[in-house]
Design a protein around this ligand. Structure first.
Ligand code: SF4
Length: 501
């Protein structure tokens, strides 16, 4: 599929990034760029082009509060310069004070791609070496492989209890032929995304390519489904009419049980009863359907008092649902504004309370995870960069000379003749060599990146010299990276990660 096919296991390319904003509700990164303290060059240059709910992470970053970053790597081949983008994103967030996690999605590689375990072990080691060599601090952060992490597996098991097969069908297109381990690897991946919050809920960002967005959306849904107590406590703070008294009673039960410092089953029961008994509570548990059910309810005059509540649930659910609701409510916004303001305060209180309850009872207070999305690099041979086409990418394991040669033979955005190039300028925006400069070679040096671009489109730069310069820089980068990988080997071996079995 050459337009937007968001298939995490496909070989998708994204030809039209605008569609991601329009159809999938990914927001433009530009809109939050000003709020990023000390933005990474990949952000400044638009390589990181989109996000989902990144603001809570930025707020935490600015206020010195806890936040986390996590991304995973499927060890199906050598790590290459496309993966380096994600390494850099994790490392940058760690440098900004985040708890950083790098994981090896070995179960996914085995179940979805059929990679044998001995190959997985070898590739896993290579990924981790490059991540450490590029600056990940494993003393401060955590590296793990899925198959070897018991807490992760327990969480995955619980999340599996909140997901069902029809969702797998609609989100991932699974069918009767899909192997069960593949499904297990999906809940494992959901657990990965929520893993940084196991001990303490905190804003968490997942840097990924846009093809991974279905995982992020699903994890956001599951995060909310694991939050029974929030729902319960929030109910307790609403003003409800007579028909809704049973809900209040249930909420009170839960609250009392907490106050009495006991009785988890009563809390759980109350919350579950609520979920069963009330359509809105069901709405939060099935957030994809919030939008439709909310519209339906808005048409039902008898349900009018429920509106602010729907809005609350939508806020807890997906951004898309929230936006749709805002629009819906827009007509009568003024009438409800006051109500909603008061309501929002209640929600804050309820959230604090709920978090206490959850912490007390060992429940989960997951905050819906955020994500940022980076562009895919163009292959050096044109088309997409692919792990299976060696000439299309530069592996982080390539010999420096090999990297040099690959850059020298790359396609460019140059014109047919030097004269034409001087006259018309090159097409840097279509040039994989320019991408190498912008994504990797110029590092933090914006001046140099701009100089290459301006000289190219201005016709002062010709491709031969330009490639020679890039190839030389690539050779230097690889030389340096290989040295650092050797140093990283010692660090990796001192960590408690089993890469043999
Ligand atoms: Fe690409 Fe450099 Fe040629 Fe411009 S001059 S098209 S950036 S190789």
């Amino acid at each position: 599929a050459d337009d937007v096919a968001l298939d995490p296991w496909g070989s998708s390319t994204v030809s039209d990034y605008r569609k991601l904003f329009e159809e999938f509700g990914i927001e433009e990164f530009d809109e939050v760029l000003d709020e990023v303290p000390n933005p990474h060059y990949l952000m400044r240059r638009g390589v990181i082009f989109g996000h989902r709910d990144y603001r809570p992470v930025l707020d935490a970053m600015r206020n010195g509060d806890d936040f986390a970053v996590l991304s995973g790597f499927m060890p199906t081949g050598d790590p290459h310069i496309g993966h380096k983008l994600v390494f850099d994103e994790i490392i940058w967030h760690q440098e900004q004070g985040g708890d950083a996690y790098g994981l090896i999605a070995d179960m996914e590689a085995h179940s979805a791609r059929g990679i044998p375990w001995d190959e997985i072990n070898e590739h896993s080691r290579d990924y981790l070496l490059s991540l450490i060599a590029l600056g990940f601090d494993p003393e401060e952060g955590e590296l793990y492989r899925q198959s070897d992490n018991d807490r992760l597996q327990r969480l995955a098991f619980e999340l599996g209890g909140k997901a069902n097969f029809s969702e797998f069908q609609s989100i991932y297109g699974f069918d009767g032929e899909t192997n069960v381990s593949h499904m297990q690897s999906v809940v494992t991946q959901m657990a990965d995304i929520l893993y940084p919050q196991l001990d303490d809920p905190k804003p968490t960002v997942i840097p990924v390519g846009p093809d991974q967005d279905p995982h992020v959306r699903f994890a956001r849904d599951l995060a909310i489904r694991m939050r029974f107590f929030k729902v319960t406590e929030a109910f307790a703070s609403f003003e409800l009419d007579d028909a809704e008294r049973p809900l209040v009673a249930a909420a009170h039960d839960a609250r009392e049980a907490y106050a009495e410092d006991a009785d988890m089953p009563r809390c759980g029961e109350a919350a579950e009863w609520l979920a069963d008994a009330d359509l809105d509570a069901a709405g939060v548990l099935v957030s994809e359907s919030v939008r439709e059910s909310a519209v339906e309810k808005l048409e039902n005059a008898g349900m009018e008092p429920l509106r602010p509540r729907i809005r609350f649930f939508a806020r807890q659910a997906t951004d898309e649902a929230f936006e749709a609701l805002i629009e819906d409510i827009e007509g009568e916004k003024r009438r409800y504004d006051q109500h909603i303001d008061a309501f929002d305060m209640d929600v804050d209180e309820a959230e604090d309370l709920a978090r206490e309850v959850e912490a007390h009872h060992g429940g989960y207070g997951f905050i819906a995870p955020s994500s940022i999305y980076h562009r895919f690099m163009t292959g050096l041979t044109g088309g997409k960069m692919s792990s299976s086409i060696p000439a299309s990418h530069i592996s982080l394991l390539d010999a420096p000379e090999e990297g040099y040669d690959k850059v020298k033979s790359a396609t460019t955005g140059g014109r047919d003749t030097a004269d034409e190039q001087r006259e018309l300028g090159g097409e840097a925006d279509k040039c994989p060599v320019y991408e190498l400069y912008a994504y990797l070679l110029t590092g933090d040096d914006d001046e140099l990146a701009k100089e290459v671009y301006d000289e190219c489109v201005g016709g002062e730069r010709l491709c031969g010299g330009c490639k020679e310069q890039a190839a030389t820089m690539m050779r230097e980068f690889l030389e340096d990276h290989h040295e650092k990988r050797e140093e990283a080997a010692e660090v990796l071996d001192s960590l408690d990660i089993d890469l043999e079995t």
